[in-house]
Each structure stands twice: as C-alpha cells, then as structure tokens.
Write a protein that binds this ligand. Structure first.
Ligand code: G1P
Length: 290
C-alpha cells in the first residue's frame, strides 16, 4: 500500500429540509442525538479509526460547525471557575487542532459525488475515507475502524453495507453481488437508487467509504445520474475491475438520522446505552408501549 489513509471527508452542505423548521438556522449535522451533535459522532468515529485530517464540505449557513470544533473561551473560563470538570472534558472532545480541520464550500448542490470532488485539491494523491454524518452507527468497534481493518488487508475501495427492505432500494446505492466471504462482499456492479423491481440485490451502501484518489479523476468526468445529480456511486462503479472493491457487512446498528423516525430511534438507542439515562428512559418506554 502506498500513501497512508489519514484523511476523512464529511459532506455536510445539504439543507436538511426534512428537519425544517429546526434546520432553518441550525445545520442538520448539529442536531444532537441525546446531547452530542451528529457531526461530533462522525468526527469521533473517524478519530478512532486513525484519521488525522478532517475535511468538511460545507455551504452557506453551516458556520456553527466550524465554531463547534474550536475553543469557546468565555464558556471554558466560566466552567473552569465553577470547577465543572466534567463539562470541560466534554468540550475537549469537540476540539480539532489548527491544521487538522479544513472547511471548504461546495457552492453548488450538484450531488454527493460533486461534494466529494470538492475535497480533491485538499487531498491530492492519497486514499481517504468519507463519512455521511446522517448515518449513525452504534457498534462495539466503530464502523470506520472495522473498514480500516479490512482496508489494511485488501486495500482498494471499500463501502459499508447492509440489507434493506426491497421497497427501500430506491433510497440507496445498491450492490450487484459477485461473491460473499463472511462479512466481505465481492461486487460486480453498483446502481444508485434503483426501483425495487430493478435492484440487483437489497444490499445497500451506508454512508461510509474508503476510496482511492483515482476517484477524483472519475468524478471530474462523471455525468449526472439518479435525480440529475453527480453520484459518488456511479464514479465508484466505474473503478470496479480496475481497483479492488469490497462491501463490508459491518457489525452494528445503523440509524438513518436523515429521516425523522430514524433520528428518534437513534436518540432512544443511544440513551439506553447511557448509565445516567437508561433506567429512566426504559421505565418510560415500558409504561408507554402497548
Ligand atoms: C447517499 C448515497 C447512497 C447511499 C446513501 C447512504 O444517498 O448516494 O448511495 O446508499 O447516501 O445513506 P443520499 O442519502 O444522499 O440520497
């Protein structure tokens, strides 16, 4: 393997219209699951997978994210003076060092492939990871770390995958499966958002990718695909056969926080993981179910 895998890209320019009115002024990536913004989970997952450079593809109105990963001096001083050590420690988790974080704007909403292409000049000739913060994964080993472990063995392009109900294939990138070896899936093709009766399988890409820099060349000449957008899936599909490609059935539970039900479920599931909330929330659920 040539260049190190150390950069992660977060495409975070979307308007989040499904979460209006909240997203009128709050970036959807700043919506909290329990008490932590979605983008914080994404950064933490990337860190735990060994990423050192964090590229945010943002847009107008997304400034809160840049502030979030910086010091908040007044707040920190008040907490220090009040000896609120726990709160201070939590803030430390939301810091990115100067030189580790890069914010660039997508400028035009032309699709996920276009968003990733915007990171090209900041990455140049190295492999990189992509995390879509909407897709939140609850797992023992962070999802991207599971993928890095596979990457260290096989290299190439890797996506995290899971089965979805057939009626939902038109929401995802879907794999045309060539072979299966435990959690690893060999792939002969990819289709973005196929209709249920046309989908080659029900195995769908969730928002985790490890990609070789060749993808930038593919994206440069990528034509519009599903929904009239430049699709990342289509560009990856064109590398199959030339660059090793694997789907990984990751261990863990994935929540689609890009829709309301998924977001509420994530809040419940993450609250149940917390010692300070579990009993209370569980009692409430028991009382109110059935
Ligand atoms: C994007 C990708 C799709 C992938 C999905 C995962 O779609 O284009 O291939 O399956 O993320 O969440 P979007 O949700 O942006 O429509």
């Amino acid at each position: 393997m040539s260049k190190p895998l150390r950069t992660v890209v977060f495409p975070v320019a979307g308007f989040g219209t499904r979460f209006l009115p909240a997203t009128k002024t709050v970036p959807k990536e700043m919506l909290p699951v329990v008490d932590t913004p979605l983008i914080h989970y994404a950064v933490e997952e990337a860190r735990q997978a060994g990423m050192e450079r964090f590229v945010f593809i943002t847009g107008r109105g997304k400034g809160a994210m840049e502030n979030y990963f910086d010091h908040a001096f007044e707040l920190e001083r008040v907490l220090r003076e009040g000896a609120k050590d726990d709160a201070l420690r939590q803030l430390e988790g939301a810091l990115l060092e100067p030189g580790a974080a890069f914010f660039t704007r997508q400028q035009q909403a032309l699709g996920l492939g276009h968003a990733v292409a915007c990171a090209g000049p900041l990455i140049d000739d190295e492999p990189f990871a992509v995390i879509l913060p909407d897709d939140l994964v609850l797992s023992k080993t962070p999802c991207l770390k599971q993928m890095v472990d596979v990457y260290n063995k096989y290299g190439g392009n890797i996506v995290a995958v899971m089965d979805v109900p057939r009626e939902h294939t038109d929401r995802y990138g879907i794999l045309d499966i060539a072979s299966e070896d435990g959690p690893l899936v060999g792939v002969k093709g990819l289709v973005e958002k196929p209709a249920p009766d046309e989908a080659p399988s029900t195995l769908s890409i969730i928002g985790r990718y490890i990609l070789q820099p060749e993808i930038f060349r593919m994206l440069e000449e990528q034509e519009q695909g599903a929904g009239g957008e430049i699709q990342l899936t289509d560009a990856i599909a064109r590398t199959i056969g030339r660059i090793p490609f694997h789907g990984l059935r990751f261990e863990g539970q994935r929540f689609d926080c890009g829709n309301k039900a998924g977001y509420v479920k994530a809040n419940v599931a993450f609250a149940l993981q917390r010692d300070d909330l579990r009993d209370d929330v569980l009692a409430f659920l028991k009382e109110n179910i059935g």
